[in-house]
Structure formats: structure tokens, C-alpha cells
Design a protein around this ligand. Structure first.
Ligand code: DQA
Length: 142
């Protein structure tokens, strides 16, 4: 079975409580349960969330070494700031899809630039939780 890592960055542990008018009412556990319900029989899903840049970088390298088939990552605010995360994704050589719950292109100017997107196959931004489903569906087709 293909192994897919779903990595969520800073503050995404607070989904459901954090600015629900932007990010929705579903929690991270709701997201994980929904993804398991759709893909649990077809893929091995490995969930990881951290508020710490280095921990996320370590997880990406581990996924590369452990033969994962792909990554789905919502880097949160690190999207807009982290050269280190971009380098980790480039170094992992894993097909990666960047997901944002909100449409970052409709928001503040500082959110409209993604440093990590050029290291990814695609970016899905603004579909809420559906973005994660679409990303995994795509990775499993490859
Ligand atoms: C986000 C968008 C980022 O700008 C923000 O910092 C987040 C969440 C999203 O999912 O829409 O933490 O990645």
C-alpha cells in the first residue's frame, strides 16, 4: 500500500477554534477521520502536525527515507517565510501537493507569496478540507 504523509504546520492544531470564519469549524481530528474514511483502504496515511519548523523539516526527511509515495502539506504561515522548509521539500524528491484551506490569493499581500509552492507539484488553495481529499486522490493515481 502506498504511504502518504499529511503534514500540517503551525496553528493547524487549533482548527475549529481558530478564526472559524476563515478556516471553518472542523477540527484537525475531523479532517484526519474524513481522510481515513475515504482513503484508509487504499493508502497508508501518516498524519503529522507541528508548530515547530525544525520538527516539520525532520518529518519530511524521514518520509523521504522511509519510501513514502507522496506528501500533502499545509505549511501554515511557514508557507510565506520558510526557505528551510522549501529546501527540505526540494531535497526530499517526493511528489508534494501544497494545500491551503483558505484562498491565499484573496487575502493579505504577505500571504499571496508561497516560498514552498515551487517545490511542489501543485497548490490547492481555497477549497477548505476538500483540498486535502483532492490532493491525496491525485497522489494515489500517480
Ligand atoms: C493557511 C494560510 C496561511 O496563510 C496561514 O498562515 C495558515 C493557514 C491556510 O490553510 O489557509 O496558517 O495555510
Amino acid at each position: 500500500m502506498k504511504k502518504i504523509a499529511i503534514i500540517n504546520g503551525p496553528n493547524l492544531d487549533r482548527l475549529g477554534k481558530r478564526e472559524p470564519e476563515i478556516y471553518g469549524k472542523a477540527t484537525l481530528a475531523d479532517l484526519e477521520n474524513a481522510l481515513r474514511a475515504e482513503f484508509g483502504g487504499a493508502a497508508e496515511l501518516a498524519f503529522f502536525q507541528s508548530n515547530h519548523e525544525g520538527a516539520i523539516i525532520d518529518r519530511i526527511a524521514q518520509a523521504a527515507d522511509a519510501g513514502f509515495a507522496g506528501l500533502v502539506i499545509n505549511p501554515g504561515a511557514l508557507t510565506h517565510t520558510s526557505v528551510a522548509l522549501r529546501d527540505a521539500l526540494l531535497g526530499a524528491h517526493l511528489p508534494t501537493i501544497e494545500v491551503h484551506l483558505s484562498n491565499i490569493y484573496k487575502r493579505e499581500e504577505f500571504r499571496q507569496k508561497s516560498l514552498t509552492a515551487p517545490a511542489c507539484v501543485a497548490v490547492i488553495s481555497g477549497l477548505g478540507l476538500d483540498g486535502y481529499h483532492a490532493a491525496i486522490r491525485h497522489l494515489l493515481k500517480a
